[in-house]
Design a protein around this ligand. Structure first.
Ligand code: 3Y8
Ligand code: NAP
Length: 248
């Protein structure tokens, strides 16, 4: 009897949950619990870590999960690694739903770096207005360049003290080209730091940067273990034996 676990937390995961619910597949949606009020899902939802690989393997056994879909964000590397191990340990089918990275196009001025520390090192020495579009969890490396006027964007209001002076915008995506252009112009942003998230939910700032001729320090994705992956909800549904082709 099929029972699916969706490791969620992205717009693609929400789209998948809607199709899975429509197909009446027995499934559970999972959030890490990073945000105060995550978006509602049309499936039974669990919130919080599993407790590492063994915790996830135990969950899979206890809940009789037969299929795991890793629809987490491309930078949720630890969750993805744990899913590969736990599914191998329990002999459970695993499929990743992972959108393609953004590619730079003519007019883009990207400085591609491997990680957050390299992103901080890539910023200039001369003070500038810098927009850090990388959330809340991994901003400490920028404390090494306190000379910049930083703008941060969080999903929830700031709780802990910041490691450097910064102005915080509280807003969850997805963001529009118009609102990103307005924000960048109003704050006279000269540099943007972003993760190569892919997808549409956060692409607007990259397009706005190109239109304004701004440099973007683009953080490349972490390498993930080999696993079967698709880029569309339709392919996941086919894998689950529920084609979403019209009239199917
Ligand atoms: C809790 C679920 C939807 C989903 C929205 C997508 C788009 C906006 C791009 C910017 C970049 C950032 C951040 C971002 C994106 C979507 C999508 C995506 C980047 C929610 C969500 C959860 C999270 C967790 C949160 C992180 C943070 C990262 C903000 C919900 C809204 C910056 C990633 O305060 C915290 O601890 C936040 C932590 C992980 C990265 C960080 O290090 O701070 N996402 N984001 C998920 C869970 O608990 O399991 O609250 O409803 C989901 C979305 N985030 O339905 O439209 O699909 O990718 N999320 C980055 O660097 O790209 C925003 O501001 O331009
Ligand atoms: P991470 O660093 O890869 O994972 C750290 C730990 O968080 C995991 O080992 C697991 O804890 C728990 N976890 C992560 N995702 C989970 C999920 N969907 N359900 C249950 N537990 C989860 O994760 P992250 O980068 O902080 O991302 C956390 C969540 O935010 C994910 O749902 C991800 O899709 C979403 N998100 C992340 C980003 C980003 O930039 N990283 C962007 C957008 C959305 P245990 O080991 O205890 O099981």
């Amino acid at each position: 009897m099929m029972r699916a676990l969706i490791l969620g937390g992205t717009a693609d995961a929400s789209s998948l949950a809607a199709e899975v619910a429509r197909a009446r597949i027995d499934a559970v949606y999972s959030y890490a619990g990073r945000t105060h009020v995550p978006a509602d899902q049309p499936l039974p939802t669990r919130i919080g870590g599993f407790g590492g690989v063994s915790g996830l393997a135990g969950y899979i056994r206890d809940e009789r999960i037969t299929h795991v879909i890793d629809a987490t964000h491309p930078f949720a590397a630890e969750m993805s690694r744990n899913a590969v191990e736990a599914c191998a340990d329990t002999g459970t089918s695993l499929l990743a739903l992972e959108r393609a990275p953004w590619g730079s196009m003519s007019g883009d001025n990207w400085i591609e770096v491997a990680d957050i520390s390299a992103a901080a090192a890539a910023l200039p020495e001369a003070p500038a207005n810098v927009f850090l579009a990388i959330g809340r969890q991994h901003i400490t490396p920028f404390a090494m360049k306190p000379q910049h006027a930083y703008t941060l964007r969080f999903v929830d209001p700031q709780e802990a003290a910041l490691p450097f002076a910064a102005d915080v915008i509280v807003s969850r995506g997805p963001f529009t080209l118009h609102s990103e252009l307005e924000m960048l112009r109003a704050r006279e942003i000269a540099w943007i730091v972003a993760r190569n998230s892919g997808g549409d939910g956060a692409r607007a700032k990259v397009d706005a940067a190109r239109m304004l001729g701004l440099p973007v320090v683009m953080i490349s994705r972490p390498t993930l273990p080999e696993r079967r992956r698709v880029e569309s909800v339709a392919e996941v549904m086919e894998w689950l034996g529920h084609s979403t082709r019209l009239g199917a």
